[in-house]
Design a binder for this molecule. Sequence first.
Ligand SMILES: [Zn+2]
Length: 157
Amino acid sequence: MIRIGHGYDAHRFASGRRLILGGAEIPHTRGLLGHSDADVLAHALADALLGAAALGDIGQHFPDSDERYKNADSLELLRHIASLLRDNGCTLGNADCTIIAQEPRLAPYITAMRENLAAALGADIDRVSVKATTEEGMGFTGRGEGVAAHAVVLIQR
Ligand SMILES: [Zn+2]
């Protein structure tokens, strides 16, 4: 059985935070605010995987209120979700992710993000796509207030 999943996440920019996207640290004047490392890309992908398996969402598995997940490495959460899916008989077909950010320029970091995410999922890199776009100055990403990410995945069970 082939199943599809979709994930969406958004985090606001804040000063004094590191900018982590797809497990890659990206030099920038601001980072993203969140209980964990606020890796919006990893979170969207995690929700897509959980959605495809109908196993809830990331907030259920890793609640904000739990001190264990303060500043958590989101790749670690992704590894946990990947093993949960394997335990449920699911294998990844492919994942396609889009980051929406006005700034900074993300092209130089795309390969590193794909490598990190694929490694966390125990998948070959050609199964994990990451793209980046802007919203041409429109909306909250366009105003530089934060970063959003979408992910879709296909899994087989
Ligand atoms: Zn998030």
